[in-house]
Ligand binder design. Sequence first.
Ligand code: C2E
Ligand code: CA
Ligand code: CA
Length: 306
Amino acid sequence: MSCSLGLAIYPDDSKSIDMLHKHADLAMYRAKELGRRRWHFYANEIESSVLARHRLEQYLSRAVQEEFFEVYYQAKTDARNNSVVGMEALLRLKPLDGVFISPAEFIPLAEECGLIVDIGNFVMRRVCEDVLKWQKMGFNHRVSINISPVQFSQQYFYEGVQRLMTELSIDTGLIEFEITEGVLAKDVERTRLLLESIQQLGINISIDDFGTGYSSLLYLKRFPINVLKIDKSFVDDMLTDENDEAIVDTIISLAKSLKMELIAEGVESVEQVNALSTKGCFVIQGYYYCKPIPYFDMCDYLQAKN
Ligand code: C2E
Ligand code: CA
Ligand code: CA
């Protein structure tokens, strides 16, 4: 057991016992936010940030039932012939009081409070349903789904995936899971077995943000991985920074020698597309070709590209 402490001082922080209590509570939440096992004094700005966080948490807890979520899709394009070769599913939350909240903000919060499990299930089901609809329209594109480390470490994660794929009769070759390097670093043996079972179902495994985390070469050898994703941060600076270019070159040659698929993300300019293609990375995801868009817009996009 460990403890987190919040301190509020009489009479500076409040003159009433109830408010003093409340402020000490808020200070305790801040102590927890900062990593637990610590103490924190109350300050006025804590109140607004803790309350905002609390409001977002409550909003998220209603979001799955009340359909505040929408799954957007971003195309992956083969730069050699400009054809769509896949998509990534990216979650969007309906604005709260008119304010857009990025997944980079609400996903970590959902992970902390455990809501990510329900949210992840919602995304997976929605993607499978959309994949089925696209198949009926004649589009057989593989769609990747971001899997949070919290979902992945759920005891019955595999069983849940298997059940869903069977229930909806999904062609699992059209599904890909994007996981980050952090997942591979934890509980290596369980992770390996789990990834192998997932791959045996037919689902592809992609390593997201490759090169930004632990980046152990041992992982690439030990785990069944189909795709390496070159992170946006390297793509951003590869044309101006030799070090970033060298990292991109290294990832490309690694993927080639290990016979993995390659994709670069966050590609915004034709210069980046050209540089990546010259180096041998042809599959491109980024605003240059397509921003993340809702399902119906993606249907139009696919039809226009066809
Ligand atoms: P990610 O998986 O690395 O996704 C790529 C992010 O880069 C997306 O941000 C995408 O919109 C953005 N992006 C793609 N191309 C470009 C570009 O050319 N320029 C710029 N500036 N950005 C580009 P987004 O949609 O805001 O998502 C942020 C992160 O939130 C994702 O990063 C992922 O880690 C997480 N996330 C999103 N949806 C889900 C989900 O359904 N489940 C889980 N667990 N995480 C999700
Ligand atoms: Ca991703
Ligand atoms: Ca990424």
